[in-house]
Design a protein around this ligand. Sequence first.
Ligand code: HAM
Length: 427
Amino acid sequence: MTPLRALGGTSDILPEEARAWQQLEEKARRVFHLYGYQEIRTPLIEEAALFTRSLGEAAEIVTKQIYLFEDRGGRSVALRPEGTASVVRAFIEHGMDKTASLSRFYYLGPMFRAERPQAGRKRQFHQVGVEALGSASPYQDVEVLALLVQILKEFGLKMGSPGEPGVILKLNNLGCRNDRPVMLKKLADYFAGHLNDLCEDCRQRFKVNPLRILDCKNEKCRSIAHGSIPPESEWLCADCRAHVDTVKKALAALKINFEWDPRLVRGLDYYSRTAFEIVHPEWGAQNAVGGGGRYDDLVAMLGGNPTPAVGFAIGLERILLALGEREEKPQGPKVFIATVTAADIPDGMALAETARRKGISVVPNLEDRPLKRQMEQAEKLGCSATVIRGESERAKGVVLLKKMASREQIEISEGTWVETLQKFLSE
Ligand code: HAM
């Protein structure tokens, strides 16, 4: 029989890698709480329409990458390719758009995109992200950016500025829904004169959304796109200009470095005004460690009360890639309970339960096998101590405590053995 394997682009996270994941998740939760964000957990599957409506019918994530299928009831469902649309759906479904207060959510978990797998690009990958709903203030954008930078520092990444080592924050303003048609018309006029030089994909993009051409990785398209951006004064409204000025000034006040990039467009259609990415300068095309921006129209687009919002998501696989291999010994049990004969096993299990109730991580022997083999297992598990118990110890009302590093063995009374063990483990 052909052995079964994990699907391409999905990975098992084994115990020796899991510690690094847990540490990132713990750090993220700590920083999210410091900024007043609360966890939200949404389902991994949703009605497909949620994503087609939110992300844009023409967005590559929808046309090429979304995992779509019909469920047993004939409904069209999708594995979530990102978290924002689901958070907004939940926000509306639970009536949070009807209250005037600010909602701040964070989430961690797997997302699914059918992309060609490579380093840092998976079909099941993991994001941590935040969504702040209810404020149109440019200072809300800046606070979200401050949180993003703080979390990356906490993870151990260095924030660089252009020309210096470290990851870089790239920032742009995409304008609001009134500016968009003006911008698109100007781009379309420009690209219409270069259609024959664009790649096949970009000729398609030209028909559906010329903004997407700016995101093409093809060198020729990039050089054509270089001259395509009209000056802000020709398309960005006064409110958007004021918004971006405030964002830039507040970032400077908080000493957050950024690179202004007028060609930065995001792969999802719901953004307006502030859009940003954190890029790793040495990574080439797949260089985004995280990204996000404002999406002031999405709540209304999905049927809720109009609610301005801003957020970001970070890809954890890419963080681990940026930090380099960091395998750590998984945290194993601290204590092994060895028993002399098979008849002693239930007694050993009872000792294990007593120790666990005091918060000590314990594995008891469950097999009929010689003590020597049991000691070998204790070594393999990396235990600091082994407690040995047999008929004669029971008769004397004691247990034997063997300290694995020094090989020293002491006899302790069964009335105080857990306390003695705790003291030894904390030394
Ligand atoms: P996104 O830019 O599509 O934004 O994804 C955010 C991050 O997820 C990327 O920067 C990257 O690190 C990671 N990522 C994306 N695709 C993959 C993949 N196939 N394999 C590994 N990592 C990947 C969003 O998802 C938005 N929901 C962010 C947001 C939140 N905007 C507003 N609020």
